[in-house]
Design a protein around this ligand. Structure first.
Ligand SMILES: [Zn+2]
Length: 486
């Protein structure tokens, strides 16, 4: 018996199981076990890593025992397995911000189509290739998943399961992205507080507001779980990024190049349009035709306009002719496959923004296949490229890459513009960690980072903050320390 509680030993414990983003940047999925409930934080797709296929198939425990779920934001590596959980029998509520719920509608339908296409490709290769040819889910499973979404307001406590309340705050990463704070009742003890960072955006990034530090009442949390994507390095400053971009676009326009920009449909695509518009607005570069070749990015852009009140002053300022920061005058929207294919024959200078952000699927792969071997092409990589993705092979200087069975020599210029990342750099992560501990001394759990980045950040956090830092492996469970009695 747990002394003074009337509960058996262990029943008052709170622990977290890590079913993804443990030593990798994709597949975020954590189960919070509390005395009276189980709450899932995110249900992301694993992408790129060797075990991705197997890990995607694996459920985070018995779904009927999970009371509710909280989604941090509408990126596939955080929300992409939601329809699979609904398909396998999860019927509980899914709490998120309102923009995240709306973005999920476009994200998950697109993902379902990609799942079907991947499954068809596996089926063609035969049953021995990567096991099950069955897709994780198809478009018909998406409406049931969307019906579970419960949009909630930022910065209010919402009861999400028996004895568990959640509070979402803006994490500044994409429209609607949130950090999550949980308050968990424990028998005979003060409530436990656990903070999940979600993906943390950099400060000062255009369009978005800066991240809000979780913790409404100033009480220190008992555990902080945070991302470590760029745990080993800082980004370039915004000013130097813009001058770098200006230089690249100058060269591209002068040499009449075709600039291919692989970008996540949600977040990075809108940021890319903003920057190209800003350069054109300065009059430094001519207004280059920009093709947004992604129905999902086009739909997401409409939501950026709809939720402008949750974004920064650039989105709310109306300049000449009532244009906002995303109204680029030479922007062409490519909704259909035919419109996308027509771009193959178009000569530069022009820019094409297409998904996926790590070149492991989507229309960008077709553009790369058509143009990587040409010297009048430039690939502008604006974000993180996970291990084993086509994007990673491009940035690591491969001489050729295999696309749809063809070996394509790389003659295009490959530029990485690090300062456009939607993730905080190392110094900002350390500052975020210090602030979110709110003067307490709780342990910090590092997730959502490959091992070199997470080890580097772990060392910095223990040296600079004196923090105990934990780095869970896939499937590992960590107990939330008992709150200090007051
Ligand atoms: Zn994200």
């Amino acid at each position: 018996m747990r002394p003074g509680t009337g509960y058996p030993d262990g029943l008052g414990d709170v622990r977290i199981e890590f079913w993804g983003a443990a030593g990798e940047v994709t597949g975020s999925c954590y189960v919070v076990h509390t005395p009276r409930a189980r709450v899932l934080i995110d249900a992301g797709l694993h992408q790129g890593e060797r075990e991705a296929f197997e890990h995607n198939q694996r459920l985070p425990g018995d779904l009927s025992s999970i009371d509710s779920m909280v989604l941090t934001h509408a990126h596939l590596d955080h929300a992409g397995r939601l329809p699979m959980l609904a398909r396998k029998g999860y019927t509980g509520p899914v709490y998120s911000t309102a923009p995240t719920a709306d973005l999920c509608e476009i994200l998950l339908m697109d993902s379902a189509r990609l799942q079907e296409a991947d499954a068809a490709r596996r089926a063609r290769k035969g049953p021995t290739q990567n096991g099950d040819p069955e897709p994780l889910y198809t478009p018909e499973h998406v409406p049931a998943a969307l019906a579970l979404l419960r949009p909630t307001s930022l910065e209010v406590w919402t009861p999400v399961a028996p004895g568990v309340q959640a509070r979402l705050v803006d994490s500044g990463h994409i429209l609607g992205s949130a950090s999550v704070e949980l308050k968990i009742d424990r028998p005979g003890e003060p409530a436990a507080r656990v903070v999940f960072s979600g993906d943390i955006g950099p400060r000062g990034m255009p369009l978005l507001l800066d991240p809000t530090i979780p913790g409404s009442e100033g009480s220190p949390p008992d555990l902080v779980v945070m991302e470590s994507t760029y745990g080993d390095r800082d980004h370039r400053t915004l000013e130097s990024t813009i001058s770098e971009l200006r230089e690249i676009m100058h060269q591209a326009i002068w040499a009449k190049e075709r600039v291919l920009i692989p970008a996540f449909a949600i977040g990075r695509s809108q940021l890319a349009i903003y920057y190209l518009g800003r350069l054109a607005g300065e009059g430094v570069t001519p207004t280059l035709p920009v093709y947004l070749d992604s129905p999902m990015a086009i739909a997401a852009m409409k939501l950026y306009h709809r939720y402008a009140d949750q974004l920064d002053e650039r989105m709310n300022y109306r300049g000449a002719r009532g244009r906002s920061a995303l109204d680029y005058p030479e922007l062409h929207l490519c909704e259909t496959v035919e419109e996308s294919q027509r771009l193959n024959d178009r000569d530069g200078p022009l820019a094409i923004i297409a998904g996926s952000g790590m070149c492991n699927g989507g229309r960008i792969v077709h553009h790369l296949r058509h143009h990587l071997w040409k010297r009048d092409t430039r690939v502008l990589i604006p974000g993180y490229q996970a291990a084993n993705t086509l994007g990673r092979r491009l940035v690591s200087g491969a001489a050729s890459v295999r696309i749809f069975g063809d070996e394509i020599p790389i003659r295009a210029k490959i530029d990485t513009v690090g300062g456009l990342s939607a993730h905080a750099g190392r110094s900002e992560l350390i500052e975020w960690a210090a602030a979110s501990r709110r003067g307490g001394r709780c342990p910090i759990v590092l997730t959502h980072g490959e091992d070199p980045q997470r080890e580097s950040l772990a060392l910095a956090l223990s040296e600079k903050l004196g923090a105990r830092v934990l780095r869970p492996a896939f499937g590992e469970s960590i107990e939330v320390p008992a709150p200090a009695r007051t």
